[in-house]
Ligand binder design. Structure first.
Ligand SMILES: Nc1ncnc2c1ncn2[C@@H]1O[C@H](COP(=O)(O)OP(=O)(O)O)[C@@H](O)[C@H]1O
Ligand SMILES: [Mg+2]
Length: 257
């Protein structure tokens, strides 16, 4: 494993972006983005519509190839790796298209996610599911996420906001070290956004989170550090307070939205 990304403190970043660029024809959707995420960091990338947030997310997760620059996971250069290999190293993401099985209970959805199974194999799985360790892990995941009270609820009977939270719990089934979230509050009511914020703040403090979000309120509560993306470029990075009071940030949000 390469050691050239080690910080002076000796710890290797969970995720590091170095001069990352992405062009679509003549359009520079990502311009020279560099950032570094350590274990337990809570970072957010915000920016108005079209700023390049989803493109950056797709580069990090391996959906799009980068035009130039590097992506390192735990010090290892994964720039050209496919998504599933990045996942195997300890990166989890949630999908915009829901991965939940609506007619199964919350617990069954978690059990399937832990085993990486689909319902077609579920009958056989039921027989195997007496294995205690898998149940224990499911309980632990649900307990940590404050979801144990709803373990026997069918997923279709959860609210939209609860379903979005459950998608994140399923993402945690693979024991990731870093969780990438693309607009977790998109489409949620303001009450549901507050619940999502509380949920994210209650996750394991050792887990690194990179949140890509348009909704500033969610970001200000969850993130320790915020970078503002504008025309694909990091315009400013700072604490929530610094970003909140930045005249430039207010200008781009008011100017383009
Ligand atoms: N697959 C693509 N092909 C061409 N242009 C794209 C593609 N994906 C995104 N873009 C363009 O890149 C820019 C950034 O888009 P996007 O990353 O979706 O922004 P955001 O998520 O911040 O709203 C936009 O101008 C968008 O039209
Ligand atoms: Mg987007």
């Amino acid at each position: 494993m390469s050691t050239d990304t080690q910080t002076s403190g000796g710890a290797t970043p969970v995720l590091e972006l170095k001069g990352l660029c992405k062009s679509f024809g003549g359009l520079h959707a990502t311009r020279d983005v560099s950032l570094r995420i350590m274990a337990g960091d809570r970072k957010a990338i915000i920016g108005p519509n079209g700023a390049g947030k989803t493109t950056l997310f797709n580069l990090i997760t391996g959906i799009y190839p980068a035009t130039s620059g590097n992506i390192l996971l735990f010090g290892q250069d994964v720039t050209t790796w496919p998504s599933h290999r990045r996942t195997a190293l300890g990166m989890a993401r949630t999908f915009q298209v829901t991965s939940l099985f609506p007619k199964l209970t919350v617990l069954d959805n978690v059990l399937l996610a832990i085993k990486g199974l689909r319902p077609s194999k579920f009958v056989m799985w039921r027989v195997l599911s007496s294995y205690r360790d898998v149940y224990e892990k499911a309980h632990q995941l649900l307990e940590q996420a404050n979801f144990l009270d709803r373990k026997d609820t069918e997923v279709r009977n959860l609210s939209h906001g609860e379903q979005r939270q459950l998608e994140i719990i399923l993402g945690l089934a693979s024991d990731p070290k870093i969780l990438l979230l693309d607009e977790p509050a998109a489409g949620l009511s303001s009450g549901e956004s507050i619940e999502m914020t509380k949920f994210l703040m209650g996750l394991d403090p050792k887990l690194a989170i990179l949140l890509i979000e348009h909704d500033m309120d969610v970001v200000f509560d969850v993130a320790d550090e915020i970078s503002v993306l504008h025309f694909g470029e990091v315009l400013e990075t700072g604490s929530p307070e610094q970003i909140h009071s930045s005249a430039r940030v207010q200008e781009i949000y008011l100017g383009t939205d």
